[in-house]
Design a protein. Structure first.
Length: 474
């Protein structure tokens, strides 16, 4: 019986080590089995122990390093049990980047393993992932390809990580196109029972809210454990009885209840108006049959099967833009020089007139770019004011600078009120298409979540965000 791909891989690696001897003179590799200390009951220990349990029993997860390059590991190798890994064609045809097994492994290892790459080796094929973007960099069912990817470069004492760093990643447009096709599939499947001509637009709004709630949980996490999707997904994977569904087969996850509870939690805490349900959406939920509910559930769980790079704000903007909007983004990026410092009528503490953007003329992507520039402009100002206050215990402003009818209520702009007050004062978006306005509101909320997480700024209520939008006269 021929050896499986994983057996061939480990046998070859062990043979090389035996023939060449240990480092530094011998084979240029050191591996360390990922194993929690005995008696460790911490969350990282439990999750890494679970990762070991769902890996091949003879080959537990192992961290590999090249001592001649860096003593720090550069890849985690997970040997998958038989039939755990999908074929690349299965992922490609479904517009997915992972199956349930791969998503489960990445959820378990990423919070606790500071390595740039993960190599999954199965009985018939392998996948190399960039852990930062979750892009699939290489895949094959051929051992020679796997040998050329890792073993041969190690034998030649080449810098494997540097070679992998140079591998091509998908472009933003490729990610956006794949995500848009995936969304189209679910928009049709979930809206199939609804005969209203506005069904695609209605379903798109519901799915956008689901994505925003998923990303809030991903970036910040719900305090209520019942709303934590990561915990739910891992529990469904653990309790699955068959492999009939990549995202789990247990039917205890009520997607409609989760959507309403999660949206109410965020709205009551942060006043995110976008998460309020409309009458039409309420009617849609009340008319959903069992098949539509199962499809909505599967859509939410399949969010874990998309790479994190597809939820980048710019990727999302392109995914929800039509070709005309993409052309506008290209045109404005080539012909328009946006200098917020010159265009925005503001001083250190006041905004005298907002920057006006016509959504119909500018398109989603460029309008979102303007939002990003305004946020960056005010963030820099706020950080300078905070730095002055910290170093000099004062800031140089005059009371008569404040354009506020009640000086006792006047305040300096801060990073904390950047989104709730400063942004709504600094931007006005004029629109005529309610659907495009809805998508822009989704993207701005997503931009704010991402910006808060990236710059470690606490998320504050966004009750004034609606002031940004002004509908054009009919």
């Amino acid at each position: 019986m021929p050896m499986s791909l994983s057996e061939q891989f480990w046998r070859t690696l062990e043979d090389k080590e035996e023939a060449l001897g240990p480092p530094p003179e011998g084979v240029d590799v050191v591996w360390h089995v990922l194993k929690p200390a005995a008696g460790d009951k911490s969350v990282p220990a439990r999750e890494l122990a679970r990762l070991a349990r769902i890996s091949h029993r003879l080959h537990p997860p192992a961290l590999l390093a090249q001592p001649s390059v860096d003593v720090r590991p550069f890849v985690l190798i997970v040997t998958a049990p038989d039939k755990s890994l999908p074929t690349f064609e299965e992922l490609y045809e479904s517009y997915l980047d992972k199956n349930g097994y791969l998503a489960e492994c990445l959820l378990l290892l990423k919070p606790h393993c500071d390595v740039p790459y993960a190599l999954f080796v199965g009985s018939k094929n392998y996948f190399l992932y960039d852990l930062a973007t979750e892009d699939i960099l290489r895949w094959s069912s051929n051992f020679d390809d796997l040998n050329d990817l890792l073993i041969t470069p190690i034998e030649k004492r080449e810098n494997v990580r540097a070679k992998w760093d140079g591998l091509a990643r998908r472009s933003r447009s490729q990610r956006a196109e794949e995500f848009a096709h995936w969304m189209d599939l679910w928009r049709v499947a979930i809206g199939a029972h609804h005969v209203d001509t506005n069904s695609p637009q209605l379903v798109q709004g519901i799915l956008q809210k689901a994505i925003l709630l998923y990303l809030y949980d991903f970036l910040f996490g719900f305090s209520d454990e019942d709303l934590q999707l990561r915990k739910t997904f891992l529990a469904l994977r653990q309790r699955r009885s068959t492999a009939s569904s990549d995202a789990g087969t247990d039917l205890t996850f009520d997607s409609v209840a989760w959507l309403h509870q999660a949206s109410e939690t965020l709205y009551s805490t942060y006043c995110i108006e976008f998460l309020r349900w409309t009458e039409e959406e309420g009617a849609f939920f009340s008319l959903m049959n069992n098949e539509a509910r199962l499809n909505l559930r599967q859509f939410i769980l399949e969010l874990f099967l998309q790479s994190v790079s597809k939820f980048d704000v710019d990727v999302q903007a392109e995914a929800f833009s039509d070709p005309d909007a993409r052309l506008k983004m290209w045109k404005f990026s080539v012909t328009e020089t946006l200098d917020v410092r010159k265009r925005l009528h503001a001083d250190e503490v006041n905004v005298y007139a907002p920057l006006v953007v016509d959504l119909d003329e500018s398109g989603l992507a460029w309008t979102l770019h303007v939002v990003g520039e305004i946020l960056e402009y005010w963030r820099e100002k706020c950080e300078k004011l905070e730095d002055d206050l910290k170093k000099r215990k004062r800031v140089e402003v005059q009371l008569d600078m404040f354009q506020h009818p009640d000086l006792e209520k006047a305040s300096l702009p801060t990073r904390e009120n950047l989104y709730s007050a400063t942004l709504p004062q600094s931007l006005q978006v004029q629109y005529s298409d309610p659907l495009e306005r809805q998508t822009l509101e989704y993207l701005i909320n997503l931009k704010i979540l991402d910006y808060c997480a990236k710059h470690t700024i606490p998320l504050h209520p966004l009750h004034d965000l609606q002031r940004i939008f002004v509908q054009k006269p009919a």
